[in-house]
Design a protein around this ligand. Sequence first.
Ligand code: APR
Length: 323
Amino acid sequence: MSISVPKIVLVGGGQIGGVLAQLCAVRRLGDIVLYDVVPDAPQGKSLDIAEASGIDGFDSKVAGTNDVKDMKDADVVIVTAGVPRKPGMSRDDLLTINAKIIQSVGENIKTYAPNSIVIVISNPLDAMVTLMQKTTGFPASRVLGQAGVLDSSRFATFLAWELGVSVKDIKAPVLGGHGDTMVPLVRYANINGVPVMEQLERKYKSADKAKSVMEEIVKRTRDAGGEIVALLKTGSAFYSPASAAVQMLEAILRDEKRTLPVCAKLNGEFGITGYYVGILATLGKSGVEKVMEMQLNAEEQAMFDSSVSAVKKLVEDMGRLGF
Ligand code: APR
């Protein structure tokens, strides 16, 4: 019998990478390698995290590195490598820079961690996860993206605040691409199975008011990333994306078969083939084990279709830029 501790490689040791490393350690998910191209920085962060082991009581190894070879034999790789958009930079400029980074990271993963499952967080998410799968040549089940877990958590959080109930009892799935066209599924949002819309109507005793309150929450969910960027001024959200990726990681490492909103490649589901889109999928030790199809009404289908069109356009733009 062989007992092995999972090896988790975090590619990108910036804001999200640092929080990821700490969460993985505190939750004792495995041994952690934090890789970045910036000399010494991942080593510094790892040391800082490891020095809390006596307080938080974890034995996980946390190592920082600038050597790609340390990715060797990773079980799961989480990728946050990339640069954020700077003033004066066009969307295409950002797409080109991050695509180059993802391509080189993907080649290294293919070489050093050929059996790993890869979770991509870098933006623009739907394009980056597409490129990661293309570069590694891994089966689609082993390459997925994080967006929906966070978008759904944001939706659920705003609903919990509005209704004065615990967020733990709310399920509020968000599907589609990770961008302005994401699709918060209002009809499916529920508190322990009871539709949220019904509760809003009871609260306001007006269907119109309930509808406008929900529209505001949907808008805030769609704009939530931007709301944080505007407040932080020097970067984008990092605590919540890290938490979201860790939920996916746990589902995989513990073979939990959790059905979560993730960016996965469709193979005929929802009538779409060959594109990465946010949908509900079951995660376990093989990665994406099943995509859950579900009934969408005409309005939801139209929103989903337009979101898929935006993803297709992004992937075409990436192709036009040579990736
Ligand atoms: N290999 C490894 N790391 C790289 C590479 C590379 N080729 N190129 C850049 N990096 C590193 C940077 O040095 C930086 O430390 O990626 C890290 C990115 O960290 P941050 O700039 O702090 O960005 P973060 O907030 O962590 O977000 C990362 O996730 O949500 C998305 O939009 C976000 O694309 C962004 C990504």
